[in-house]
Design a protein. Structure first.
Length: 449
């Protein structure tokens, strides 16, 4: 208790814990909406700060009985603040893990770097007070928080390998800092010497530069990768528009030919009927049924130009794969979502269903697609036949050889649903794989505009 009270009276501790809380909140929680709703933002910041204080209090008490904990108390309390912010964070899981790991490692390395440089300068300059380096490290933390907030990996696709790389680098840095603190307190006499502090200062600088560069490289690569996906979606829409125009022209020509042919058939049947040649007329009817060809391409027209383009493109893909689409759509002519988001969402869900039918070798497969809206939600259901057992529960499963590309596709589905405050479920019943999703209409109009 005495150690805790001494700490609470130390201004440098308060500046450090406030800087750490501000950094954690900025990296993991801050968003533009917080400027319009400051009270929830202050509540999150207070929760992060409180978590650190409570853990610090507990660890101060434990340290009086377990001396070896003296070197880890501050860092465990920081970890508590990061975990509290992790609970508030709404980033996608990979981005959230990366930001949390980088956040924790940054605080450890920068604060320890400030303390170590301060000790080094105290050895080198007589009368120098290391508290100035601690205050400088607090300022540096705030600046780094703004830098990371301005370069958010949460806006883009973060691959699994990139997430592992960032987490590994951050974990190694954290282990190194904590190990150094433990050795300074429990192994080296009088807290180490000038050489120890100088070496650790250089090591900490290299470690944090590595962490920062790894994060910024992940940001740059993720941004380029996401930009590539956006261009791919735009290309898909342009391609679908061209296919739709060709399809419309083809259907129009077929209908003109059919109209001319029906007029001729009608005239001949009228003659047979007037002459009373009923047997010949029946025989002619039988022959005629086989002549109405299936050459007229199925054209989906739901009254919404964007969905017409997307669904006819998917219908063409399904037909090429030997799969039929049974499409039922009831939507208004305009929807409050961006065309790219609709294209990415619908095409990836239907593509997964087509892939499942092809990979499982299901003959004459029919995929049922139902899309409708109500006052609050855009609803979509895609059902495809499957040979998988009912207990098979793998989410958004595919058999694509290109697992990275599929990872992007499934991530796009999840992120688009999350973007519009929606939900997605999957289940298998009676030999049918059913995917259902819903995204909110409310609030999407303003974003769309």
């Amino acid at each position: 208790m005495e150690v805790f009270l001494i700490t609470m009276r130390d201004p440098s501790y308060w500046s450090q814990i406030l800087a750490a809380s501000a950094f954690i909140y900025t990296v993991l929680c801050f968003g533009k909406q917080d400027l319009k709703r400051p009270f929830p933002a202050l509540g999150k910041f207070a929760a992060i700060l409180t978590a650190q204080l409570v853990l610090h209090f507990v660890l101060c008490i434990l340290t009086e009985r377990f001396r070896f904990l003296a070197g880890v108390g501050t860092w465990i309390s920081v970890l508590g603040g990061v975990l509290m912010a992790y609970c508030f964070c709404r980033f996608e899981r990979s981005a959230r893990n990366v930001c949390a790991a980088v956040c924790f490692a940054t605080i450890l390395t920068v604060f320890e770097l400030g303390a170590t440089l301060g000790r080094t300068l105290e050895y080198y300059f007589e009368g120098f007070d290391s508290i100035w380096m601690k205050l400088l490290s607090n300022l540096l933390i705030l600046v780094l928080g703004i830098v990371l907030n301005r370069h958010p990996v949460s806006k883009y696709y973060v691959s699994k390998n990139a997430a592992i790389l960032n987490i590994t680098a951050s974990t190694l840095a954290g282990i190194a800092v904590i190990s150094y603190d433990l050795m300074m307190i429990n192994v080296f006499e009088r807290g180490g010497n000038y050489g120890d502090h100088l070496l650790m200062s250089v090591t900490l600088t290299v470690m944090y530069v590595t962490i920062l560069v790894t994060y910024l490289m992940t940001y740059a690569l993720s941004r380029e990768q996401t930009h590539g996906l956006r261009l791919q979606a735009e290309a898909e829409i342009n391609k679908a528009s061209e296919q739709l125009m060709t399809l419309s022209q083809h259907n129009l020509e077929e209908l003109r030919n059919l109209r001319h042919d029906i007029n001729n058939q009608y005239s001949y049947m009228r003659i047979l009927l007037n002459e009373g040649k009923i047997d010949e007329l029946n025989e002619y009817f039988g022959e005629l049924l086989g002549t109405f060809s299936d050459n007229i391409v199925q054209f989906i027209d739901c009254g919404n130009p964007v969905l017409n383009t997307i669904l006819n493109m998917e219908n063409a893909k399904a037909k090429e794969a030997g799969v039929s689409l049974d499409v039922k759509v009831a939507v208004p002519s305009e929807l409050p979502f961006s065309n790219l988001d609709l294209c990415k969402l619908i095409t990836n869900v239907i593509d997964n269903a087509i892939e499942a039918c092809v990979s499982e070798g299901i003959d004459d497969a029919v995929i049922a697609v139902q899309i409708t809206v109500n006052d609050q939600y855009f609803l979509m259901s895609v059902t495809n036949p499957t040979k998988k057992p009912t207990e098979f529960t793998e989410s958004l499963h595919t058999t694509k050889k290109d697992s990275l590309q599929h990872g992007m596709g499934t991530r796009i589905i999840r992120e688009t649903v999350k973007k519009y405050d929606g939900a997605i479920t999957q289940k298998i019943a009676d030999g049918r794989w059913r995917t259902e999703l819903m995204i909110a209409m409310k609030g999407a109009w303003s974003e769309h505009e």
